[in-house]
Design a protein around this ligand. Structure first.
Ligand code: 5AD
Ligand code: SF4
Length: 454
């Protein structure tokens, strides 16, 4: 049966018990997957609600990157068990990365029998069918296959914002960093055809979208799996020509695949945002080798030097893992030295979390939580000082801000981002949402800037 026939069947079956809650954990990839899930379910006649008390169906789109993400998901599942004991009709779907991890899958299937559907990251198109079938059995319906449906790349999706959108360009990852589960949860790397991506962005632009974020685990290796090769930089160049699009961002990159062509693009592609998120993970060559990252800290510094030589105002951000197995105080100092050298605008710091099935999880010399926390705190202090100093350069400057939303605590305060991804707060009104406005910065902090519209 065709997938859209299941949408019709599901619509008829659930009738007025059609309210669903959708909880998303993890990265932008997951957020965007959830936008697809929302579209598919709405298209099947279901209605999204926020309060779980109103819901007949709960969908958890899970993350497995660190133990904390896994614990969060299992914690919420525990609460749902109580809810389901009071409401036997409640349907529970667990999707995303967690069911793709063997131990977590065992745990879900054996100890969480209140889960009705378990699905991976491959085929959200199948969700109406899986959900429909779950109404006719007490068993858990499972689809965690690796049969990735590339057509799902062309799926429609709901959007959280009218003026900006994510766009998938690659799926999966081939890098096998020794700490990371992604190659196991999202499969081998594959790229979407450039013409499909351009078509999708053209439609978004026609719809009023001004900013797009190109998504992939390693966008720099875009095009390698295509018959007709196209580089990431040339893809951006084509997108730069699309009328209506004003800003192009991308997430996330691997230093080993950064090309000179991409770095040079910052000099002449006017829509390419002046921000590079380039995860370094560690500043120690020994740790980088153990992580299977395939570059040295010197290689990384050379990339940064080139970027700065194109434009010293390009904002630089990164991911760093502290407490990787065998990381000595000396290794950690090398990370601090690198951070000081680059002068990042901000850093996501993670405590190393052993993940089942990855080589690092069984390495000797696992580091205690106490040492990890200590390194986390010390690195945070270094980063915050650098970030504040970098932000001070914005004082009295006028910047263009794409306005995102109203503040949660004050309906007169709005926020948005600069080209360099700085969060800016200012007084305004709701007509400004989705507009590019000029703001003069009059106060700077470590994490955001305040200003006045000029
Ligand atoms: N433990 C801690 N952090 C991790 N990351 C990936 N796997 C792990 C892990 N096992 C971090 C990396 C990556 C970011 C998305 O998550 O820094 O860049
Ligand atoms: Fe994980 Fe490394 Fe792939 Fe990033 S590049 S998703 S850290 S394996």
């Amino acid at each position: 049966m065709q997938e859209n026939q299941y949408k019709i069947l599901l619509r008829e079956l659930v009738e007025n018990k059609n309210k669903y809650v959708l909880r998303t954990y993890g990265c932008q990839m997951n957020e965007h997957d959830s936008e697809q899930v929302e579209f598919i379910l709405n298209d099947s006649g279901l209605e999204r609600v926020e309060d779980i008390k109103d819901a007949n169906i709960v969908i958890m789109n899970t993350c497995a990157i660190r133990g904390t993400a896994e614990n969060k998901a299992f914690g919420f599942l525990g609460n749902l068990k109580n809810l389901k004991s009071k409401n036997k009709d409640l349907k529970i779907v667990v999707s995303g990365c967690l069911p793709k991890i063997d131990d977590a899958f065992e745990n879900l299937i054996k100890k969480h029998r209140h889960v009705d559907v378990l699905m991976g990251t491959a085929n959200y198109n199948n969700l109406p069918e899986l959900l429909y079938k779950s109404y006719f059995t007490k068993d858990t319906i499972v689809d965690i296959s690796d049969q990735y449906d590339l057509d799902s790349a062309q799926l429609n999706y709901s959007r959280m914002y009218n003026h900006k959108s994510f766009v998938n360009i690659t799926y999966g990852c081939n890098n096998y960093c020794s700490y990371c589960v992604v190659p196991y949860t999202r499969g081998r790397e594959r790229s979407r055809e450039a013409f499909e991506i351009i078509e999708e962005i053209q439609k978004l632009a026609n719809d009023g979208v001004k900013e797009i974020t190109l998504l992939g685990q390693n966008v720099n290796s875009y095009g390698k799996t295509l018959d007709e090769k196209k580089s990431f930089a040339s893809l951006i160049k084509s997108i730069n020509d699309i009328e209506g699009i004003e800003r192009i961002r991308f997430m996330t990159s691997h230093p080993k695949d950064i090309s000179n062509e991409l770095i040079d693009s910052y000099g002449y592609l006017d829509k390419l945002s002046k921000h590079l998120h380039l995860p370094v993970q560690s500043g120690s060559d020994k740790v980088l080798k153990e992580m299977n990252r395939k570059y040295t800290s010197d290689d990384y510094k050379k990339i940064i030097d080139k970027v700065k030589s194109i434009d010293e105002n390009i904002a630089l951000t990164t991911d760093i893992i502290v407490g990787f197995p065998g990381e000595t105080e000396e290794d950690f100092q090398a990370t601090i030295d690198l951070v000081k050298y680059v002068e990042y605008d901000s850093i996501f710091i993670f405590l190393y979390s052993p993940r089942e099935g990855t080589p690092a999880a069984v390495m000797d010399e696992q580091i205690s939580n106490e040492v990890k926390m200590d390194r986390f705190n010390r690195l945070t202090e270094v980063v915050n000082e650098i970030a504040l100093n970098k932000n001070k350069k914005y004082l009295d400057r006028e910047v263009f801000v794409l306005v995102d939303e109203v503040s949660k605590n004050n309906d007169k305060i709005f926020s948005g981002r600069t080209d360099t991804f700085k969060l800016v707060n200012f007084e305004g009104d709701s007509s400004l949402i989705g507009q590019l406005v000029k703001v003069k910065i009059n106060k700077v902090g470590t994490f955001s800037l305040d200003g006045t519209i000029v």
